[in-house]
Design a protein around this ligand. Structure first.
Ligand code: SRM
Ligand code: SF4
Length: 569
C-alpha cells in the first residue's frame, strides 16, 4: 500500500476507524442489551459500514424521539433473485414499515425497523445469502449497471463485470458475519481485532464514500458521470472491446458552502476487460491515499480530481498499474431512463417495466404493488431488476406467463396501458421526511403534488404531452440526482426549494440554479412563466432542459444572477 502523509488534524471518523478497524465498535454489545433503544454516536458511524442507519421518526419528534433504523441491501446491477425478493418482502412486513424502497443506486432499503427487529432482519437477509455489508460507509457502495436484460448479450457481460468489481472492492472485515450471522459478542480488546488490516482498504478505509457504475452507450440510465468511478462499455459489432474509464464524479454539496459542488467525472482512458479489477482497485486506492481525511465535506474523490487534475491522476494510475491506459475511445450517450410495459428480449422471452412512484414498493387502497409482486414472484419465480431511476423490471418472462401476470397486476389496481404519465415515469425523489435526518424539506411525500403542478402548468401552456425530467431532493446532497434533471427541486427549508434548470436527456450536463428559494405554493407561477416561454420560443423538438440551457440560463448569467456550472459537459 502507498502510505499517505499524515494530515494535521484528522476527522473524528478517522479516529474511530483506526481504533476499531474491524468496524465492530460496540454494536454487538448494544444489540444484545434490551434496555437500550439506540446505539452510541460512535457505533452510529460503524453501523453504516454494515448497511444500517440509525434514524428517528421526524413526524414524531415533537412528542418524543423514537429511534428507528434504515437497512440498505447491496445488490450489484439491481439484480434480485425470486428467492431474495420473497425474503425481502416478508422481512419488510415483519420488521420494517411494510414497504421496500428501491434506491437511486439499484438497492433496496427497509425503513422503520426498531432495534429489537434489527438482529432478526439482518440475520434473515444474510440467511437468504444476500448482504448489506458496505451498502453504506467509507467504502465502495452498490455498483450500478444497466438492468435492462438481454436486448443483446453485452448487457449480461457488463452485469457480470459489475458483480466482479463489486466483489473485488468488498471490505474483508470478519465482524459483519460474526455480529449479524453468528450473533457473537465480540471481544474488542482482542489483539487480532485491533490489528486487523483490510487488504485493500488498510486500517482506516476510505476518507469518504466511493461509488462505481457501468454504462452501455447510447443509454446513460445509471447517470455514469455522477460516479467516482465509471466504466463506459465500448462495443463493436456486438462485441465488448473494453471500457472507457471515467473518474471523479459526485453530486453532494452544502447550502452556503462554495467549497462543495457537484462535479461530472473526467474521461481518463480505455482499458480492455482483463484489466478491469486492477484498474478499479487502483482508482479506489488513489481515493484512499489522497482523499482529504481532515474534512469530510471535502473528502470525495471528485475534489482530488478537480484540484490535482487529470494529468496528475493518469500519472498516479500509471504508477499503481505499471502501464498507461490507451486513449479513450469515442462514445455518445443520447438518452437515460427506463422502458415501461412489455418488451421482447433477444432470446425471445420478455421483460416488463413497472413504474414505481419514488421507488416505494407498497400497498395503497387503490394500487397494491407489493401484493402483486409477491404473488407474481411466488407463482412465476421471475428475476427482478431494480433500475437506477427507482423502477423495476420483471425479466426472462416466457410468453405463456404474460397473460397471468397482466391479470395479477390488474387485480391489484395496476393497468399497463397507462401506468403513469411521461412526467411521472421519468421523475425521481429521495426519501427525505420522515426518515432522513438531513432532509430540509419534503421530497418523496411532496412528489405527487409537485408533479401535479408541473402537469397542470404544461397543460395550461398547451404542451400537455411534453416529457420533462423532474427530480426532487430534500436537501443539496442530491440523493435522487436532482442536479442532473431538467427541473430540479432542492430542499432549502420546510416548504422551500431551490429551483434548478437545464439538465439534458443524455444526463451529461449539470443543471444550474435558477431560483434560490421558491415556496411550494409559488411553484405554479414560476413554471407558468417558463412553460409559456418554452412553448413559444423553443426550436422544433427542443427539450425543456435544452431550452433553459440555451435561453433562460444565459439570460440570467448575463444579468449575473447565476453562477456558471461547476464543469458543464
Ligand atoms: Fe444519499 C446521505 C438516501 C443515493 C448523496 N443518502 C444519505 C442518507 C443516508 C442520510 C444520512 O446520511 O443520514 C439518506 C437516507 C435517507 C433515508 O431515510 O432513506 C440517503 N441516497 C439515499 C437514497 C436511498 C436516495 C434514493 O432516493 O434512493 C440512495 C441510496 C443509494 C444506494 O442504494 O446506495 C442515495 N446519495 C445518493 C446519490 C445518488 C447516487 O449515488 O447515484 C447521491 C449523489 C451522488 C454522490 O454521492 O455524490 C447521494 N447521500 C448523499 C450525500 C452527499 C455526499 C457528499 O458527497 O456530500 C449524503 C450525506 C453524507 O454522505 O454525509 C447522503
Ligand atoms: Fe436525505 Fe438529502 Fe439524501 Fe434526500 S437528498 S435522502 S434529504 S440526504
Amino acid at each position: 500500500m502507498i502510505e499517505s502523509a499524515a494530515p494535521a488534524k484528522l476527522t473524528r471518523n478517522e479516529g474511530l476507524k483506526q481504533a476499531s478497524p474491524t468496524l465492530a465498535g460496540t454494536i454487538a454489545q448494544t444489540l444484545t442489551n434490551p434496555a437500550l433503544d439506540r446505539f452510541s454516536d460512535d457505533d452510529y458511524e460503524f453501523l453504516k459500514f454494515h448497511g444500517i442507519y440509525q434514524q428517528d421518526d421526524r413526524d414524531k419528534r415533537k412528542v418524543a424521539k423514537e429511534y428507528i433504523f434504515m437497512v440498505r441491501g447491496r445488490l450489484p446491477g439491481g439484480v434480485v433473485s425470486p428467492d431474495h425478493y420473497l425474503v425481502f418482502d416478508q422481512l419488510a412486513s415483519t420488521y420494517g414499515n411494510n414497504t421496500l424502497r428501491i434506491t437511486s443506486r439499484q438497492g433496496f432499503q427497509f425503513h422503520g425497523v426498531v432495534k429489537s427487529g434489527l438482529g432478526p432482519l439482518m440475520k434473515g437477509i444474510n440467511e437468504a445469502l444476500a448482504t448489506t455489508l458496505a451498502a453504506c460507509g467509507d467504502v465502495n457502495r452498490n455498483v450500478m449497471a444497466p438492468p435492462t436484460p438481454a436486448m443483446d448479450s453485452v448487457v449480461e457481460h457488463v452485469q457480470a463485470d459489475a458483480r466482479r468489481v463489486s466483489d473485488a472492492l468488498l471490505p474483508q472485515t470478519p465482524a459483519y458475519h460474526q455480529i449479524w450471522v453468528e450473533g457473537q459478542t465480540l471481544n474488542l480488546d482482542d489483539a487480532a481485532a485491533k490489528d486487523f488490516v483490510d487488504p485493500l482498504y488498510g486500517k482506516v478505509y476510505l476518507p469518504r464514500k466511493f461509488k462505481a457504475a457501468f454504462a452501455i452507450p447510447p443509454l446513460n440510465d445509471v447517470d455514469v458521470f455522477t460516479n467516482c468511478l465509471g466504466f463506459v462499455a465500448i462495443i463493436e459489432r456486438g462485441e465488448l472491446l473494453g471500457y472507457n474509464l471515467l473518474v471523479g464524479g459526485g453530486l453532494g454539496m452544502s447550502h452556503g458552502n462554495i467549497q462543495t459542488y457537484p462535479r461530472l467525472a473526467d474521461v481518463i482512458g480505455f482499458l480492455p476487460p482483463k484489466h478491469l479489477i486492477k484498474v478499479a482497485q487502483a482508482v479506489l486506492t488513489v481515493h484512499r491515499d489522497f482523499g482529504d481525511r481532515t474534512n469530510r465535506k471535502h473528502a470525495r474523490l471528485k475534489y482530488v480530481l478537480e484540484e490535482k487534475g487529470v494529468a496528475w491522476f493518469r500519472g498516479e494510475l500509471r504508477e499503481r498499474l505499471g502501464f498507461d491506459l490507451e486513449p479513450a475511445r469515442p462514445f455518445e450517450f443520447t438518452r437515460q431512463g427506463d422502458l415501461f410495459g412489455w418488451h421482447q428480449q433477444a432470446d425471445g422471452r420478455h421483460f416488463l417495466g413497472l413504474y414505481v412512484e419514488a421507488g416505494r414498493v407498497k400497498d395503497t387502497e387503490t394500487i397494491r404493488l407489493k401484493s402483486a409482486l409477491r404473488q407474481i414472484t411466488t407463482e412465476y419465480r421471475l428475476e427482478i431488476r431494480l433500475t437506477p431511476s427507482q423502477n423495476l423490471l420483471l425479466i426472462n418472462v416466457p410468453s405463456s406467463a404474460r397473460e397471468g401476470i397482466n391479470a395479477i397486476l390488474a387485480e391489484n389496481g395496476i393497468t399497463l396501458n397507462h401506468q403513469a404519465s411521461l412526467i411521472r415515469q421519468t421523475s425521481m425523489a429521495c426519501p427525505s421526511m420522515p426518515t432522513c435526518g438531513l432532509g430540509l424539506a419534503e421530497s418523496e411525500r411532496a412528489l405527487p403534488d409537485i408533479l401535479n403542478r408541473v402537469e397542470q402548468e404544461l397543460a395550461a401552456a398547451g404542451i400537455p404531452d411534453e416529457e420533462i425530467i423532474v427530480r426532487i431532493t430534500g436537501c443539496p446532497n442530491g440523493c435522487a440526482r436532482s442536479m442532473m434533471s431538467e427541473i430540479g427541486f432542492v430542499g432549502r427549508a420546510p416548504n422551500k426549494y431551490q429551483l434548478y434548470l437545464g439538465g439534458n436527456q443524455s444526463s451529461t450536463r449539470l443543471n444550474r440554479l435558477y431560483k434560490e428559494s421558491v415556496k411550494l405554493e409559488d411553484i405554479d407561477a414560476e413554471l407558468r412563466t417558463l412553460f409559456t416561454r418554452f412553448a413559444k420560443e423553443r426550436t422544433s423538438a427542443e427539450r425543456f432542459g435544452d431550452f433553459c440551457n440555451r435561453v433562460v440560463l444565459p439570460e440570467l448569467e448575463a444579468s449575473h444572477s447565476v453562477a456558471p456550472a461547476a464543469n458543464p459537459a
